[in-house]
Ligand binder design. Structure first.
Ligand code: GUN
Ligand code: ZN
Length: 651
C-alpha cells in the first residue's frame, strides 16, 4: 500500500495507494467538519489539489445525516471522489470526557460509509497522566487495535499509538500496533502538547513512537495542523498530518504563516504570495472567514510542498534549523534533537548531494556529524608522529588551503596535521570526505559553536596518541615544532588518504585488508586526486569525486569478506534471489534475510548467501531495520554481480 519514493534520513516522499487514488506523502489532510465545511470538499480537490481529506466518523455517525451517509457513502456525501480518512471520536473523548460509541461500532460505521482509511477508537492519554494510568490505557488501546484488526475487512486501518509522555509506553504501544494489519500508524495524544507549544515533549513522543514502529508503514501525526511544525515532524519520520487549524484560525480572524500566526485585522499587509492574498486586499480578507480559510489552506499546502522539495534536495535539516528560529519553543525542540542522535543516525545517509550549510550552533550536532565524530574515535588510527600540528578552521579543502604551511612544517618537524573544524577534528588526510570537504560556514561563528569544536577536539586528541599538540599561530610556530619534534616527516599523503578513508568507511582494519599486497594508485592528471586503487593487479576501490568515499569493487569486497566476520558489511539474501544478484540485479527488501546493524543508507555492502558466499557488491538504500520491515522497494542497488567461486580445489 505504501511505497517510499525518495528519502532523506527518516523523512520520505512516499505514495500511499487507496481505493480512491494515490496519495503523495508528506500529505496534509484538511479536516472537513461535516456540519460546517468552510471550504467545500469539491473545491479542496479542484482548487487546492488535495488528494485526501479527513472527517469525523463519530460526528457523522451520531448526527442527523447518519442514514444519508450510510446510504450514499462518505465520498458521495461529501462530494469528494479522492481518498477519505475518518477519525473515530477518540479526540472527542479527550474534549468531552467520553463518547457514546464503542470501538466496534465506530469501525463498522467507517466500513459502511466506505472510508479509505478508518481509525480505531484509541484511549487518549493526557500528558499529565502518570505511568500507571497511561499504561492501563495503552493496554486498552492495544486490545482495541487487535479487535479492530480482526474486523477491519477491506478498511485501511489506522492504528493509534498512545502512552502520554512515557517513552517506554509509546514504544511498546507502537511495537504492538505495528504487528497488526494496519495501513497507517498514527501518533495520538499530542494535541495538548502542540497547543501549549511543548515541542520538546512532542519530539520525545514522536521519537519514542517511531522507535517501536514498523518503518515500512506511513505515520500520521494527529492534529498537527500548523505549517510551522511540518518540517520538524517530517524530519522525525511523520508522513501525514491533519489540520483543522486552517478553519479554526479563520473563524478567529487569524492567518497562518510558515513562521507563525497573525491576526488579520492587525496587519497592514499579509506579505503572502498565495492566490487569495494576490487577488484580495488585507481589509477584505480580515472581514471574510472564507477567504482567511483559503489563505490558511494555501499556506499549509505550500508548506508541505516546501518540505517535499527539501527532502528531494537533501536539505531538510537546513530547513528545520532555519524554521526553528521562528519560535523559541521550536528552537528548544531543535536543540533537544541531539539527545536522540543514536536513533536519528541509524537512518542518515552516508552523504548528501551538495554542501552542508552552517545554520547555527545546532548544525554541528546533526546526526551525520555526530556519526563522523564517533567513527573518527572508533575507526580512525592516527599515523605515528612525535606530535600534532593543529590548524584552525579555514577554506576548504584544507589540504589545498594549507599546503604551503604543511609542506614547510613536515619538512622540519615530525608531526601529523589536523584541522580543528567546527564539525570536529579533521585529520588532513580526511579533508576530502563529505561533508568536511563541502561545507559553508561563516567567517565569524557563534561562541557556542567554537566551544563545541573545542570539546570535540579534546575528546579525540586525548586518545590520538600524540605527545603534544600545537596550534598554528604563524611562522613562529614552525620553530617551536622543529624544536619539539626534530627531524621532518615524509608523508605519502595519497596513500594516507586511502588508508584513512577505508577505515572510516568500512571499519578499523579495512585498510589493512584492502591494501595487502602491491598497491598502486591511479591519480587523476587534472585534479591530482586518487581515482582508483589497484592492489596486486586487482582493482579494489574507486574514490568518488562527489563525496570522497569509495566505491567498492568485487576484488575489494572479497578482501573485506575475508577480513571481517559476519554480519559485518553483509546483506544476507534468500537463496532463490542469488542467481539474479550474481547477474547484477538489485536486492529487494522482500528477499533480505538479515543484515549488518551498522549498515546505513548509501553504504557499500556485500550481498551474500546464508552460507556467506559473496554474490554481489551493492550500495544499500536502507538500514537493517528497514530492510527487514519493507516488503517492497530496493534494499540495495547492485553495482557488480560476483560469479560463484570456482569449484573447490581437487583433493
Ligand atoms: N485527533 C487528535 N488527537 C487524536 C488522538 O489521539 N486519537 C485520535 N483517534 N484522533 C485524534
Ligand atoms: Zn495568502
Amino acid at each position: 500500500m505504501f511505497e517510499v519514493l525518495e528519502r532523506d534520513g527518516l523523512a520520505r516522499i512516499g505514495a500511499l495507494d487507496t481505493p480512491h487514488g494515490r496519495v503523495t506523502t508528506p500529505a496534509l489532510l484538511p479536516v472537513v467538519n461535516p456540519g460546517r465545511p468552510i471550504v467545500p470538499p469539491v473545491e479542496l480537490a479542484d482548487r487546492f489539489h488535495a488528494e485526501i481529506l479527513i472527517t469525523n466518523a463519530y460526528i457523522l455517525g451520531k448526527g442527523a445525516h447518519r442514514e444519508e451517509v450510510m446510504r450514499r457513502g462518505v465520498h458521495d456525501f461529501l462530494g469528494f471522489q479522492r481518498a477519505v480518512m475518518t477519525d473515530s471520536g477518540a479526540f472527542q473523548a479527550h474534549v468531552y470526557g467520553d463518547v457514546a460509541v464503542s470501538n466496534v461500532e465506530v469501525l463498522e460505521f467507517q466500513k459502511a460509509i466506505g472510508s479509505d482509511l478508518g481509525t480505531m477508537l484509541d484511549v487518549f492519554s493526557e500528558p499529565e497522566h502518570d505511568h500507571d494510568r497511561a499504561s492501563a490505557d495503552v493496554d486498552e488501546t492495544i486490545r482495541r487495535a487487535k479487535e479492530a484488526d480482526a474486523i477491519r475487512g477491506d478498511l485501511g486501518l489506522v492504528g493509534a499509538v498512545q502512552g502520554g509522555l512515557h517513552a517506554d509506553l509509546r514504544e511498546r504501544c507502537a511495537r504492538e500496533v505495528s504487528t497488526l494489519g494496519i495501513a497507517v500508524a498514527a501518533i495520538g495524544g499530542v494535541v495538548p502538547l502542540m497547543e501549549a507549544y511543548r515541542f520538546r515533549d512532542l519530539v520525545r513522543v514522536i521519537v519514542a513512537s517511531k522507535r517501536g514502529m514498523d518503518p515500512s508503514k506511513p505515520v500520521h501525526l494527529f492534529g498537527a495542523g500548523h505549517p510551522m511544525l511540518f518540517p520538524l515532524a517530517v524530519l522525525l519520520g511523520c508522513d501525514m498530518f491533519d489540520s483543522a487549524s486552517y478553519a479554526k484560525y479563520a473563524r478567529d480572524g487569524r492567518m497562518l504563516f510558515p513562521d507563525g500566526t497573525r491576526r488579520a485585522a492587525e496587519l497592514r499587509d499579509s506579505g503572502c504570495v498565495c492566490p487569495t492574498c494576490a487577488s484580495h486586499g488585507i481589509d477584505e480578507l480580515s472581514r471574510d472567514e472564507r477567504l482567511l480559510a483559503e489563505h490558511n489552506l494555501h499556506v499549509c499546502f505550500a508548506a508541505v510542498r516546501e518540505v517535499r522539495r527539501a527532502i528531494a534536495a537533501g536539505e531538510l535539516w537546513e530547513l528545520v534549523e532555519r524554521r526553528a528560529r521562528d519560535h523559541p519553543a521550536l528552537l528548544d525542540a531543535l536543540r533537544d534533537l541531539r539527545a536522540h542522535n543514536d536513533f536519528l543516525e541509524a537512518s542518515e545517509p552516508l552523504s548528501r548531494r551538495g554542501a552542508l550549510y552552517y545554520v547555527g550552533p545546532e548544525t554541528a550536532h546533526r546526526p551525520v556529524l555526530h556519526r563522523y565524530r564517533s567513527r573518527l574515535l572508533a575507526r580512525y588510527s592516527s599515523p605515528p608522529a612525535k606530535g600534532l600540528l593543529v590548524l584552525p578552521e579555514g577554506d576548504r579543502p584544507y589540504a589545498h588551503r594549507y599546503r604551503g604551511t604543511v609542506a614547510r612544517v613536515t619538512a622540519a618537524a615530525d608531526v601529523h596535521v589536523v584541522v580543528k573544524s567546527l564539525w570536529g577534528p579533521v585529520p588532513l588526510e580526511l579533508d576530502h570526505v563529505w561533508p568536511l570537504s563541502q561545507s559553508l560556514i561563516p567567517d565569524r561563528v557563534d561562541v557556542e559553536a567554537l566551544e563545541a569544536a573545542e570539546v570535540f577536539f579534546r575528546e579525540w586528541a586525548a586518545g590520538a596518541g600524540y605527545a603534544f599538540g600545537v596550534l598554528w599561530e604563524g611562522p613562529g610556530t614552525l620553530e617551536d615544532l622543529a624544536r619539539r619534534a626534530p627531524g621532518g616527516r615524509s608523508v605519502d599523503w595519497n596513500l594516507l588518504r586511502v588508508r584513512a578513508t577505508a577505515d572510516l568507511q568500512f571499519g578499523r582494519g579495512a585498510a589493512d585488508a584492502l591494501l595487502r599486497g602491491q598497491v598502486s594508485l591511479v591519480v587523476s592528471k587534472n585534479t591530482k586526486k586518487v581515482r582508483n586503487v589497484i592492489v596486486g593487479g586487482e582493482h579494489v576501490l574507486s574514490l568518488r569525486a562527489e563525496d570522497g568515499y569509495f566505491t567498492l569493487k568485487a576484488a575489494g569486497a572479497r578482501r573485506l569478506r575475508e577480513a571481517f566476520a559476519p554480519p559485518r558489511l553483509r546483506v544476507v539474501v534468500d537463496p532463490d534471489a542469488i542467481p539474479f544478484h550474481r547477474e547484477g540485479k538489485n536486492v529487494f527488501a522482500k528477499f533480505v534475510r538479515d543484515a549488518d546493524p551498522d549498515i546505513r543508507p548509501g553504504d557499500e555492502v556485500l550481498v551474500v548467501s546464508p552460507e556467506d558466499d559473496l554474490c554481489a557488491v551493492a550500495r544499500s538504500a536502507m538500514n537493517r531495520r528497514e530492510m527487514l520491515a519493507f516488503t517492497r522497494g530496493v534494499a540495495a542497488f547492485v553495482r557488480e554481480g560476483v560469479p560463484p567461486a570456482t569449484s573447490a580445489p581437487l583433493r
